[in-house]
Design a protein around this ligand. Sequence first.
Ligand code: SAH
Length: 366
Amino acid sequence: MATPEKINLLDFTSEKLKAFFLERGEKPFRATQIIKWIHQHGVDNFSEMTNVSKALRAELEEIAEIKPLEVAIDNQSDDGTRKWLLRLADGNCIETVFIPEDDRGTLCISSQVGCALDCTFCSTARQGFNRNLSVSEVIGQLWLAKNLLQPDHQENRVISNVVMMGMGEPLLNFENVVDAMDLMLDDNAYGLSKRRVTLSTSGVVPALDRLRERIEVSLAVSLHAPNDELRDQLVPINRKYPIKELMASCLRYMDGKAAREKITIEYVMLEGVNDLDQHAKELINVLRDVPCKVNLIPFNPFPETRYKRSSNNRINRFRDILVDAGLIVMTRKTRGDDIDAACGQLAGQVSDKSRRDVHFARIESS
Ligand code: SAH
């Protein structure tokens, strides 16, 4: 008889692990101890859990495991940005990026293998959609990055911020993403503040409305166009949830929140497409009532893309028009260009399952 697959404890939030232990007749505080071992101390071996009884450790050993993701490629950029290609148990691969800055370290994590949304300027879109990531695969990216960047688990927080801006649309993997973010905020796990965990969405309105009921995190919205005609082309999900509905949902999301809290509006700068003065003026109207800051993202090109990055002059001019109207605007610095780690360049790589030794080929060249 085949041995049943072990339960991966990286799939459990504190609440779910408590329920799991209660069902097995164990005290719920055991769950807290184990969550701390896994996520604070980065332990993947029950024998190291010294405050847990030997009997329970032995029992857990039988039925459960803490199964980290496997690093397929580890790339470091000249600017310190680091990108990992991670191989999942089924051979699929995802990408995770760490971006160090003077005052923070941001981990950009993936929520799906590929993406179904087909935004025309994004390289993940060209891979199509493969599947949702499990909770362990989402939180496993943070678990692994923390262990690799901070093997001694000292106090200093190398990873201070997490952004769900890697591959995939997080709101289309709702339950697993909510559970993973729950662990990010959990004081017994990563203890990040809600201001330092950001979910980025292209605007899945019904899921965005549900998000607020479930968990409080910061929100980034990929707008990229100031009118439906243009947004329908760039971000096709706009045909289903047009700008007006999306902005109304953003307002609902922010309802009752402190004035200092803002939605980040992401706007990729595509030369001659969405970067004209007229677009900036339209954008002012769209954002008039929304508590937000605008993040202008210089387009990051990838092979065979039809788009070009707007010039710095154009980006500055666009920014000035928005600033003159009283909007808060930042231009995102492009990082990790040399290792294809910049926004929208996370294409993953395709694995050829016909070969036993998993063979990686750049999606562009396959
Ligand atoms: N699906 C989510 C999260 C992933 S994309 C979303 O759409 O928000 C993270 C951010 O990178 C989004 O704002 C996305 O529009 C942007 N992006 C995608 N491709 C890009 C590219 N080639 N250059 C710059 N930014 C890009």
